[in-house]
Design a protein around this ligand. Sequence first.
Ligand code: GAR
Length: 200
Amino acid sequence: MIQIAIFASGNGSNAAKIIEHFKLQKDISFVVLSNNANAFVIERAKRLGVEVAVFEKNELYKKESVLHFLQSKEIDLIVLAGFMWLIPSNLVTAFPNKIVNIHPALLPKYGGKGMYGDNVHRAVIENKETQSGITIHLVNEKYDEGQIVFQEKVKITPKDTAETLAHKIHALEHLYYPLIIEELVEEIRKNKKEEITEEE
Ligand code: GAR
């Protein structure tokens, strides 16, 4: 089995698209973790039959209980899908190159603390950019600075508002994030097979 943990803080449309994408792949199992007990992602995950765990700030940053939870589940990949807190170094160290994030702009522009969700789109529109896009990247200890895995651009027209841009970006995210995760999963499958062959 390949165990994927999805971290999400809010609406969870990306989380749902990812879970739906892997529906027929029986060797994939998900758990959704959220820092927000009222997040709609929890409802979505439950409807999709996925286990949910809610945690508080000190369980992530002080007590290591989130780390221990992930280890007890033998998590292979952590997917951040609209997760708004910084990933602490104990997780980065325990899951090297195994944490991936999606950012709703073309990093390195419009990244960093406070740059999430609609804040990003408002800043892009205010600066009269002619294009934006999505960035999928590995996660390190700093906001939005890990190695970039994938980017896709979208044009901004003079009529676009933060709201219409958010819509365009979400469409790109829903299309590409599951596909990029699929590539990462394929890599994990390959490594697991090799480990089994080596043991034989
Ligand atoms: C997505 O657009 C994602 O790129 C963004 O939050 C949104 C979550 O939407 N993430 C960040 O801004 C991270 N810095 P969703 O809850 O509907 O998937």
